[in-house]
Each structure stands twice: as C-alpha cells, then as structure tokens.
Design a protein around this ligand. Sequence first.
Ligand code: ATP
Ligand code: MG
Length: 556
Amino acid sequence: MENTPASNFLQSIIDEDLSSGRVKEVVTRFPPEPNGYLHIGHAKSISVNFGLAEANGGRCNLRFDDTNPEKESQEFIESIQEDVRWLGYRWSGEVKFASSYFGQLYDWAIFLVEQGKAYVCDLSADEARDYRGTLTEPGRNSPYRERTAEENLDLLARMKAGEFDEGAKVLRAKIDMAAPNMNMRDPILYRIRKVTHHQTGNEWVIYPTYDYAHGQEDAIEGVTHSICTLEFEDHRPLYNWFIEQLPIDNHPRQYEFGRLNTSYTITSKRKLKRLVDEGMVQGWDDPRMPTIAGMRRRGYTPRSLRHFCEMIGTTRGDGVVEVAMLEHAIRDDLNDNAPRAMCVLNPLKLVLSNYPEDKVEQLQAPAHPSREELGQRTLPFTRELYIDAEDFREEANKKYKRLVLGKRVRLRGAYVIEADDVLRGANGEILEVHARIIPGTLGENPADGVKPKGVIHWVSATEGRRATVRLYDRLFNDAEPDKGDRDLMQLLNPDSLHTVTDAWIEPGLAQAEPEQNFQFEREGYFVADRFDHTEGAPVFNRTIGLRDTWNAGAGQ
Ligand code: ATP
Ligand code: MG
C-alpha cells in the first residue's frame, strides 16, 4: 500500500495488519470529550484517524466520550460535528456516544464483580490517595478489598439506585496495589455523580470513568486501531486488562503518537475555556483562538489545515511545531487560490485635477495573476480616489517607491499619476493630495520616458464602499504560553485586535460571500466574516499578512 504523508509509522503498522490478515478492514475513531471546542491539536488527531481510514479503504467513527456530564454540553457536541465536517471528513454511520453503551458497561462491571475482579470501596478521596502509594512506594490494599462478590453486587446495585451520596463509594478494579504502573493500582470504574446527563437525562447516578469505558467502547465498535496521544501509553496495560477479563472477542490495539503543540498557542481545552469564560476573547470562535472554529473564522481553509497536518507528519515524540509553519500553509493555499482585490486600510483622499468630475471608467483587472479561469473584476476609476496614507509623502529619499510630491507612481491596474500639491486642514494635517493622471498610461509607460517609481493600490472614493476590517495578530506574546501554569493574562498580546471602521474596498468586494478569501493587494490575506459580513455592511478579517514580519519585531 502506498504511504500517505499523514501516516508514517501508523501506516506501516496498518500495512502489516492488512497483509498478515490480522485485520480485514481498518476501523478507527476520533473520540473527543464534548467539553469544549476542538483545537488545532484535534485537527491533527482528526486528520490521522479519518485520514488513515480513508487511505486504507476503512472507516472512522466519531464518538463522543461523554463520561463527564458536568463539563459537557450540546453546544460542544454540535460544534465538534461541524468542525469535522468542515475539515472535509465524513464519519461512518451515525454519531456514536459512549453514553449509549452505559448499559453494556454496567453489565460488564457486574461481570467483573462476579469474577472477583472488582469491588465497592468506601475510602474517601483523600484516604484513597494515601493508600495509592507513590511512584517509588507501593500502595496498600483498601480495607474494603476483600468484600464478597455478593456484598459487592448488592452495594453496586444500591449505588446505581441512588442510595449513597456522591463520593461515598466507588467501584474499583481489583488488580495490584503494588504495580509499578500506578494506573493498575485498583483504578476506579464507577463514581457516584448525581447530575443530569445531556444524553441520558436522569437515568444514571453513577458514571463510568474514561479509563474503564474507553477501551470497551472501542471493542464494541469493532475499532481495529485505537489511535491516541502519548499520555495514554501508560493506560494501555489497563485497557488491555479490562478486555482480557471481559467476554469480548474483538481486541482493539492501541497505538500512541505525539501531541501537536504549536508555538504561541494554547492547546488545552481547559485553558481555552478560561479565555472564553473570562472574556479575554469574544468566544470559542474568536478568530484569534486556535480552535478549528476560530481558525475557520480567521480565514483558514480546510485544505490548508489538512495540508499542515500532513506536512508535520506523525511521530512518537511530543514537540512544538513553529506556528510559522501553520501560517506558511495558509499563505501558500491563499496565494494559489484567493482572488485579488484592493482595500485601503488607512485612507487618504487623492483628487485627480485633470480627470472629469462625473466620469467613471470601468477598468478590468484579472482576479488572479496566474489563474485566468478566476476571471476579471471591475475597478471603477474616478476623479476622487483613496490611497493609503502610508503611500504618500511630501518628500522622501530614493528608497521610498511610492507617491511623493513632484514624482510619479502607477495606480495598480490604472494610470500613472504625478502628485502636485496637498490640501491641509486647520491643524496642518493633510486632507487631500492633488495629482494629475498622465494621459495614455493605461497599460503603457509614459510617452515622455519619465517612469513611475512604484505601484500603489487605490479605491474609488465615489464608487468604492466603506468596510470594517479587523486586523488580528497573535493572541500571545509568549512562544510557549502553555508551559507551566503561568497566568495567561500576563502572556496575552494587548494588540491582538485592531478594528478599522473606515477602510475602503473596491465595490465588487461588498458582494463577497461570507467566508470567501481574498488577497488584498499589498496588505495580506483577508476573509469576509462568516457571521457579520453583509453586502450593506461589509466586514473582513485579516487571516495573515503577506510576509511574516513577526520575527523581525515589526508586528504586522
Ligand atoms: P484537551 O487537553 O485539549 O482537553 P483532550 O486530549 O482532553 O484535549 P479529547 O477530547 O479527549 O481532548 O481528545 C480527542 C482526541 O484528540 C484524543 O484522541 C486526543 O488524543 C486527541 N488530541 C487532543 N489534543 C491533541 C493534540 N494536541 N495533538 C494531537 N491529538 C490531540
Ligand atoms: Mg481530555
């Protein structure tokens, strides 16, 4: 089988399993806990699980590991499905829920009790911690460990019936309190939680732990390759132990790969939730968030995210990937695919004194420099235009390749002009630049041989449209905001959002569809906001600048 870029060592394992006949069809799953929005790390896991199933003609389930009802919600369940679909993946059959296996998991718990492999324990959380020992010291057996199967069955049934308070009892596996692997020291299978569950309502007051549920869920679904991140490596012996004790035929095998972390980024739902809850961003889908929904709103494309996940490969080591690589992936995609347009972010009026007041020329320009099939766009040219204030100086040295009094520039896709004069306001500020077009310079050099110094972008002041443009920058100034437990507030970039309310756009841009990407020439890549953009009140978000100037210390 051909090696896909997303695969590496996992694909080699699958190749062997298929050729040895151990596995007939590859079945994977992506098993998020619905306790937050998905982030860039999850995009990696999605691309690995769905990608491997796709590449090997198998299938991939989407399963919500909903064993912690307090932290979960329907909003998260919906956003996760939307993100997976948006990335371009389709799960096999219906969406799955760990909670739909609660009955089976409970029956298996009874089975373990009957076999003397599980017991009800009354130690408090503090006592249990004390009995558990440490990495260097063995734990001690719980005084409740030798309860008879009969007594345990009775207590478990009464736990389920709601007779005991939260924390009063747990069901534990009976394995080995001296095991070097702490996960094997009589781990908890069930705890009492008198909370309503978003799927099962008030049916249950005991809930299985992730550790007890996870492997069995995979087995029930016929998962062949349980792919997860490295922190679950030490849990593998426990997952295997459960499957071996239980009357289960299908034995999924677990393989771990390194988590994706990117610099300047937080990839912990808990910390991302804090940013949302404390109002440091405007929601889970704020375009500065490393969530899939945030990146989507920022203008990232599914293609760029999938490509990024392939580029970084899948290894057995944890590491930090430069966020510049992610930015490279989106720039690369948009450079190839985004239509070009003009937007003036910092408008300065330019009046062309030799151009008739009521004349409008409908100039044509290609939507993309190398992709003819993207067609043409219309740029109305008029006597009054806006240029960027940065593109004009009264005087400047030779390095300044823009408009200077007495000098020439070309207006992108239009005429060469020469600046004559400025009009000042009461405080001496420049209100207007007065200039002339050089006739006959549409697509031609000036006949007198005096060439323009550069090319600047522009928008008609009378035919163009006003727009809101949000200029985003990195959310964190710190390269490793996830490291340790530092105060996130201290690491935030105070200038991560700058909103321009009087930008001017070429008129065709007002008709952009929400989520349509563009390159604003000389400015960067922008997207029509998914929710706020309308033809009457256009709103664009900056996805990324044309060049990365972050490392140069210049900001963007
Ligand atoms: P978080 O710590 O952000 O809450 P999690 O691991 O608890 O993440 P889950 O919802 O349990 O999130 O994750 C679903 C799947 O996504 C798991 O298989 C997990 O291993 C994987 N995953 C989570 N974060 C990353 C990451 N940074 N890189 C790769 N895979 C990840
Ligand atoms: Mg988790």
